[in-house]
Design a protein around this ligand. Structure first.
Ligand code: HEC
Length: 117
């Protein structure tokens, strides 16, 4: 039981570490809370899947760190900007760690319940 938990946590860590190159270290667990607290999910969905017209999908395969941070601080278009005052740098790094940790869902063909559709 504990061994499985450690193995899963360990593999997640390596996936995050590999993708988050150049990004400051962040905690995906803390990032998820901040992501929800800052209302990012209102427009981008709870797992970054996108919210239709409100905001594009953020994950899987997120923007590289530089572009991600730039967009959050100085959005290109309609998105609300988040200054360092409302969203400290560490919080943004944690959000990024959370976004990077989101795995793609299974393909529809691999979900037995959907195989008849
Ligand atoms: C009010 C709705 C709204 C909220 C809240 C919001 N966003 Fe966005 N976001 C958008 C829209 C709309 C875009 C498309 C580009 C633009 O309008 O600047 C976007 C684009 C992005 C992008 C670039 C992705 C792409 O494919 O264009 C990132 C990264 C992003 N948002 C991160 C965040 C984070 C992190 C938060 C919370 C701290 C957040 N957003 C909160 C609406 C929102």
């Amino acid at each position: 039981m504990h061994l499985i938990t450690i193995a899963v946590a360990g593999s997640m860590f390596f996936a995050v570490a590999a993708q988050a190159q150049n990004a400051p270290g962040g905690s995906a667990e803390r990032g998820e809370k901040i992501y929800l607290h800052q209302m990012c999910h209102n427009c981008h969905g709870t797992v970054g899947q996108g919210g239709g017209v409100a905001g594009p999908k953020l994950a899987p395969n997120p923007f590289p760190w530089g572009a991600f941070a730039q967009q959050t601080r100085k959005p290109r278009q309609a998105m609300t900007p988040y200054s360092e005052k409302v969203l400290p740098e560490q919080d943004l790094a944690d959000i990024y760690a959370y976004i990077v940790s989101i795995k793609p869902g299974p393909a529809a063909k691999d979900i037995p319940l959907l195989s008849g559709f």
